[in-house]
Design a protein. Structure first.
Length: 389
């Protein structure tokens, strides 16, 4: 008879794309799951300083898995000071056989780590850390002894991609501890959207007055300098000269401090068009991806983008900058299969990669592979990975 897994997940607050995963795990045979939140941020409306708008999540599925807010109804920031004085007692009462925690930055995560190691309970670790973005050597050297020691006591690393695993290897983690999980989506929403993708595509493009012959690019994220959506406006300007017979549209979903400046920049285009869609609620994003021909992610800093995982599920080929953490032979973007990687900030390289992908046969082949890759990854994220613990 298979032993019951009692899984305690200790996490800062309800996060929109993790809660559907908790729902799936709670429904797995042989699993008793409880999530311990340090704050009710996300369950309540809050102001996001980067999006520059109030955020409320409608698809947290809190009624579908057992959970507890350790600090009651307090909306606490998920910063390094977040902790819960009653966490240890709550874990004693739940009697987990596995404790899952996220990173080491918050006191709450370290509380879970120390309780598990003291009590001989298996410990799993999740983060999206990677080395694609440049870090000073002194920071790596300073962290090395601490993280080498911290990671040595963890039993399972629920990894999200190739760059993530490379990061752990640097700190001495053996590959035998890696369990590839991938980041989760709201799978129920995306499965339904995939089934109705043609209708969503036609409806979205019609609402924006985009023709069937226009080539649609999209990007999702906060409008901040390090996300570099303005590079795609530069791309459209270049394409007006190099590809005068083609019409390109760029859908920018998101809001933030750079919005006004980038709107002014986009206004200088003479033929190609940019649509600033503002903050788009998660349940409306599948229609954006369905309307997209190529998803382009130009960020300078992006450990492992949720929007890329969403885009490939909806069958989008992807062009991604080399500084992002979502590409690799076993990752969301597999170069030459469902996307291409370009040198960040190199407009010529980006333009050449785009021209390669827009060939009709390439678009269709890469798009089909994207969905196949995403379907397999989400199956692991929503339950298969638990069989390896």
């Amino acid at each position: 008879m298979e032993k019951i897994k009692r899984i305690a997940i200790v996490v800062s607050h309800p996060i929109q794309h993790f809660c559907p995963q908790y729902t799936s795990w709670a429904q797995c045979d042989g699993v008793v799951l409880k999530v311990f939140f340090g704050s009710n941020l996300g369950a309540q409306t809050y102001f996001d300083k980067d999006f520059k708008t109030e955020i409320s999540w409608d698809s947290l599925y809190l009624g579908h898995f057992e959970h507890e807010f350790l600090n009651g109804d307090l909306t606490l920031p998920p910063d390094q000071h977040l902790k819960a004085g009653n966490l240890e007692q709550k874990l004693v009462e739940f009697k987990p056989t596995l404790v899952v925690h996220y990173g080491y930055f918050q006191k709450l995560a370290r509380q879970a780590y120390h309780w598990a190691t003291r009590n001989g309970v298996e410990l799993a670790y999740i983060s999206d850390a990677e080395f694609r973005q440049r870090r000073p050597l002194w920071k790596r050297l300073l962290k090395f002894p601490y993280l080498f020691w911290y990671f040595k006591r963890i039993d399972h690393f629920l990894t999200v991609g190739d760059a993530n695993e490379a990061y752990y290897r640097y700190y001495g983690v053996p590959a035998v501890k890696f369990k590839r999980m991938h980041f989760s989506l709201d799978l129920a929403t995306y499965q339904q959207a995939w089934e109705h993708r043609e209708m969503l595509r036609a409806s979205c493009r019609q609402s924006l007055e985009i023709t069937t012959t226009d080539i649609v690019l999209s990007v999702v994220g906060k409008l901040v300098t390090w996300k570099c959506q303005d590079h795609l406006i530069d791309l459209l300007q270049t394409l007006e000269i190099s590809e005068p017979r083609l019409n390109f549209c760029l859908l920018i979903a998101g809001s933030g401090e750079e919005e006004l400046a980038w709107k002014q920049k986009a206004a200088k285009l003479t033929k190609n068009k940019v649509f600033f869609l503002g903050f788009v609620k998660p349940e409306a994003l599948p229609a954006i991806y369905a309307a997209t021909d190529i998803y382009v992610h130009p960020a300078l800093v992006e450990p492992h983008s949720l929007s890329i995982s969403e885009a490939i599920y909806m069958g989008c080929p992807v062009i991604i900058s080399h500084t992002c953490g979502s590409w690799g032979p076993g990752d969301d973007v597999q170069e030459g299969k469902n996307g291409l990687v370009y040198e960040h900030g190199n407009l010529q390289d980006l333009t050449e990669k785009l021209i390669k992908v827009i060939q009709k046969s390439t678009l269709e082949e890469m798009g089909a592979r994207s969905h196949v890759i995403a379907t397999a990854f989400q199956a692991r994220s929503h339950g298969k990975v638990l069989k390896e613990l």
